[in-house]
Write a protein that binds this ligand. Structure first.
Ligand code: AMP
Length: 116
């Protein structure tokens, strides 16, 4: 997908409105526009990748960075001690609706298992 037609690329570039709560040279984190929990943050790499299906061996440091950010941001927004869930939806069966890799960070309520 071309960068200018990808909403998360546009958010990362500052070209679309969002509530960014963290950013660095590799990734941005912003609140989900339709939150599924009291705290719902999306963590996305600046570089476009459609989904986890496109991750290559060379992306391992980036993927690790995204997970580490989940922990850091959970701490920042005060859900680390009570707990949180991290989710990466992939493809149609996975329920992915935005075709730019992102990690959901959800907290502030008790999660159920298994997921729907
Ligand atoms: P997924 O279904 O896993 O692809 O997750 C996509 C998420 O992006 C959904 O939870 C949407 O509510 C959220 N979303 C879509 N557009 C925006 C946007 N412009 N700003 C913030 N969150 C968005």
């Amino acid at each position: 997908m071309a960068e200018n037609s990808c909403i998360f690329c546009r958010i990362a570039a500052g070209d679309a409105p969002s509530n960014i709560i963290y950013k660095d040279e590799l990734a941005v984190a912003f609140t989900d526009v339709d939150p599924k929990a009291p705290s719902h943050v999306l963590i996305a790499p600046r570089e476009h990748m459609d989904s986890l299906n496109d991750a290559a061996r060379g992306d391992e440091p980036l993927l690790g960075h995204l997970l580490r950010l989940a922990s850091k941001i959970a701490n920042q927004i005060g859900i680390a001690e009570t707990g949180f869930r991290t989710v990466v939806n992939t493809g149609e069966d996975g329920g992915q609706s935005v075709q730019h890799l992102h990690l959901h960070l959800l907290g502030g309520r008790k999660m159920t298992w298994p997921p729907g």
